[in-house]
Design a protein around this ligand. Structure first.
Ligand code: FES
Ligand SMILES: [Fe+2]
Length: 349
C-alpha cells in the first residue's frame, strides 16, 4: 500500500516517551525508535542497527544517545554513530541510521516520514485544544487490526452511531440529521445536525443536560491528511442557538502501523481554568468514550478488515450512501496527495 510520506503523522502521546526510556513504534511499516535527548527534546531514528540489525529499543539510553544492545555502537538523535567501543574506536562511514523530524506539540509527538527538508512544523493541523499549557487533556490510545482509512470512514460517517452505539452515542434521530460536506484546500469538514433529539441517557449525563430534554445536537468533524480529525460535538435545548449550548472538542488521530493495523489516539479536553477537577473529569470522559469505541467500533472495524482481506477498498466496488460523502471526499484528497507524491518521485521518462 502507498502511504503519504510528506505529512505530519501523530506518533505518540507526549507521556508515552518518558525521559531516559526507549520507545518503539511501527509507523508505515517502519520500526522507529523514539527517545528524549539530553535536553529532553524528542528524537526519532530507525530502530534497526546497521551492524547486525538488532532492535535499538532493546538497548539503553546513554549520554548523547542510545546504545545498541548487541555490540554497543552508540547513535545520537540525528542517527549518527557517535561511539564504537571496538578496536581503535574508528567509526565506519556506513554506521548511521535514518533520523526523522519530530515535533512535540499539542500533547503529542508528530513525525514527518518523508523528505526532511520539507518538514515545516507550521503544517501540523491546529489541535490547540490539546495544548497542555491551557487544557487538561484526557488521553487514550487504542490499537486496531484494521486499515487506518477504514478508521477515518468511521469518524467521517457518524450515521453509524444510531446502529452501532444505540445505548451510548446514537439515537433514532441520527439518520434524519441534516448533513453537509465542505472542502477548504486539503481540509474536509463534515457536519451533522439533529433536531429535537431524545438522546441516550449516557449523553445526558456526559454532556450535563437534564434527562429527556429534547436537544438539537451537532457533530462536526474537521479532517486533515493523512488521518487527523477534530470533532466538535455539542448540543443545545431545542430551538436554541449553538452559542447557548455546550460543545466539546474531541480529537481523533490515526496513523497506519501497517497496511492493515492502526494506531488510534483520542482525547477529551477541558480548560485549565477549571482547576484540578478538570483533569479528573477529562480523564473520566475519555475513559467513558473508550467503552463504546473499544467494545463496539473496534470489533466492527476489525471484522470489516477480515472481510476485506488483502483487497483494496475500491477494488471491492463499495456501495455509496449519502452519509459517505465526507469520508469519500477525504479518501479522494488523500489519494490525490499520494498520487502527486508518486508522480513527483517517478523517474523522468
Ligand atoms: S547489532 Fe548493533 S552493534 Fe551490533
Ligand atoms: Fe463509532
Amino acid at each position: 500500500m502507498a502511504f503519504l510520506r510528506n505529512a505530519w503523522y501523530p506518533a505518540a502521546w507526549d507521556i508515552e516517551v518518558a525521559d531516559d526510556a526507549l520507545f518503539q513504534r511501527t509507523l508505515l511499516n517502519q520500526s522507529i525508535l523514539f527517545f528524549r535527548d539530553d535536553q529532553r527534546v524528542p528524537q526519532a531514528i530507525s530502530n534497526r542497527c546497521p551492524h547486525r540489525f538488532a532492535p535499538l529499543h532493546m538497548g539503553k539510553r546513554v549520554e548523547g544517545g542510545v546504545q545498541c544492545p548487541y555490540h554497543g555502537l552508540q547513535f545520537n538523535g540525528q542517527g549518527k554513530c557517535v561511539h564504537n567501543p571496538h578496536g581503535d574506536g574508528a567509526i565506519p562511514k556506513a554506521a548511521a541510521v535514518r533520523s526523522y523530524p519530530v515535533v512535540e506539540r499539542y500533547s503529542m509527538l508528530w513525525i514527518w516520514m518523508g523528505d526532511a527538508a520539507r518538514a515545516d512544523a507550521a503544517l501540523i493541523p491546529d489541535f490547540s485544544c490539546m495544548d497542555p499549557e491551557h487544557f487538561h487533556v484526557g488521553k487514550r490510545y487504542l490499537h486496531a487490526q484494521a486499515n487506518y482509512v477504514l478508521e477515518t470512514d468511521n469518524i467521517m460517517d457518524l450515521s453509524h452511531i444510531e446502529f452501532l452505539h444505540p445505548g451510548t452515542l446514537g439515537s433514532s434521530s441520527v439518520s434524519d440529521a441534516a448533513t453537509s460536506v465542505e472542502q477548504q484546500g486539503c481540509t474536509v469538514v463534515s457536519r451533522r445536525q439533529t433536531t429535537a433529539e431524545r438522546m441516550p441517557d449516557y449523553l445526558y449525563e456526559a454532556m450535563g443536560f437534564p434527562y429527556g430534554q429534547l436537544v438539537d445536537r451537532w457533530i462536526d468533524v474537521r479532517w486533515d491528511a493523512p488521518a487527523s480529525m477534530l470533532l466538535d460535538a455539542g448540543a443545545v435545548a431545542t430551538g436554541g442557538s449553538r452559542d447557548q449550548g455546550k460543545s466539546f472538542p474531541l480529537p481523533h488521530l490515526f496513523a497506519p502501523e501497517t497496511d492493515t493495523t492502526t494506531h488510534y489516539w483520542f482525547s477529551f479536553c477541558l480548560p485549565k481554568a477549571m482547576g484540578d477537577i478538570g483533569a479528573q473529569i477529562a480523564q473520566q470522559q475519555v475513559d467513558g468514550l473508550a467503552v463504546p469505541f473499544t467494545n463496539e467500533d473496534l470489533p466492527m472495524l476489525e471484522a470489516q478488515q477480515k472481510m476485506m482481506g488483502d483487497a483494496t477498498f475500491w477494488s471491492l466496488k463499495p456501495v455509496l450512501l449519502p452519509g459517505d460523502a465526507a469520508g469519500i471526499r477525504a479518501r479522494r484528497v488523500l489519494d490525490q496527495l499520494i498520487e502527486a507524491e508518486r508522480a513527483a518521485n517517478a523517474p523522468a521518462a
